[in-house]
Design a protein around this ligand. Structure first.
Ligand SMILES: C[S@@+](CC[C@H](N)C(=O)[O-])C[C@H]1O[C@@H](n2cnc3c(N)ncnc32)[C@H](O)[C@@H]1O
Ligand SMILES: [Mg+2]
Length: 308
């Protein structure tokens, strides 16, 4: 697998090209605030519920990652989380592949035995935007002490009910909250994971800062998402939503996707150094996903928190 991952040297080259890249016309999208502004300012989208006055304190809360419209979409299909043929089928089918990346990078970083049945024994992991617990459960089975958080109450209820079916997964701490709330509570984790969440948040840069604040020094942060490329428009939106009906129409907004370069940059600014990146590619003949160095559509990044 190692040869298939985007190696460190490529990432260094990627970082070097970023400063030129953000000055290029590709970095902004038409009819919207320039992406550089959306990524690096504290302003959030108009559909967000961020920076509401907090009546209890009389002041304003730290900018929220929440986007009301996105949360409504997820709440409306919450009952289907564990239907492996339902709207979350793509996540179920991708799960073994993303777990392979997580197992490999975490075992290497924390010097754990990747062949052990419970390689994550001793690691505290938070799964941010855990949904119904599709990822949290296998992480717990692999020995991690898992906290799963999601902004949608219904998702957390489903996750709880499902995890309680097995004594090993019933140990997962599920909570309806956000990354920024956990930061306020001063929670820290060895590993912070947010898969397929960043494209649904109001402010990706603030979200990454919260993920970084939750990560212990030299701990790991793992993020997966969809690239903002022409191929992703054709496959992740037109094909997946409109032709194949894998996802409900309107699941994704193409302009909310981040390119790998942008993700590396905002993580860098949040004090996280991206060390590994891989693409997920779908084989229509086998119906399976595999790890690849093709990051043009679905990709995953592994970074570590700098020890200042
Ligand atoms: C596409 S699902 C991914 C679920 C899970 N991470 C997985 O990959 O199996 C996105 C999830 O993020 C949650 N979410 C969206 N914005 C959030 C935020 N700002 N904070 C916490 N959860 C959020 C949604 O409710 C939804 O459950
Ligand atoms: Mg998504």
């Amino acid at each position: 697998m190692a040869s298939k991952l985007v190696r460190h040297s490529h990432l260094r080259a990627l970082s070097f090209s970023i400063n030129n890249y953000i000055r290029s016309p590709h970095f902004s999208t038409p009819n919207r605030a320039p992406l550089s502004y959306r990524l690096f300012s504290n302003a959030s989208s108009s559909s967000s519920s961020s920076a509401r006055p907090d009546k209890s304190t009389g002041g304003f809360q730290r900018a929220s990652s929440l986007k009301d419209l996105e949360l409504t979409k997820f709440a409306s299909i919450a009952e289907t989380w564990w239907d492996s043929e339902g709207p979350f089928k793509p996540l179920h089918v991708m799960n073994p592949t993303r777990l392979a990346f997580i197992r490999s990078t975490l075992c290497q970083h924390f010097s754990k035995d990747p062949n052990s049945a419970r390689p994550f024994e001793g690691l505290k992991i938070v799964d941010v935007g855990c949904g119904g617990g599709i990822l949290s459960e296998p992480l717990a089975r692999m020995g991690a002490t898992v906290t799963g958080v999601d902004a949608v109450e219904k998702n957390i209820k489903i996750a709880h009910i499902h995890a309680d079916l097995d004594p090993v997964t019933s140990t997962i701490e599920y909570c309806c909250t956000t990354a920024e709330k956990l930061v306020e509570e001063d929670r820290k984790f060895d590993v912070v994971i947010a898969l397929e969440v960043i494209e649904h948040v109001a402010n990706p840069a603030e979200f990454c800062k919260s993920l970084a604040a939750l990560t212990v020094p030299d701990g790991a942060t793992i993020i997966s998402t969809i690239n903002r490329s022409m191929r992703s428009y054709a496959t992740a939106i037109v094909a997946a939503e409109y032709l194949l009906h894998w996802l409900p129409k309107g699941t994704h907004e193409w302009s909310s996707f981040l390119t790998p370069e942008e993700l590396v940059l905002i993580l860098q600014r949040a004090n996280i150094t991206v060390r590994e990146m891989a693409g997920f590619v779908y084989n229509p003949l086998t119906g399976r996903w595999s790890l690849s160095d093709d990051i043009s559509v679905n990709f995953i990044a592994f970074g570590t928190k700098n020890c200042q």
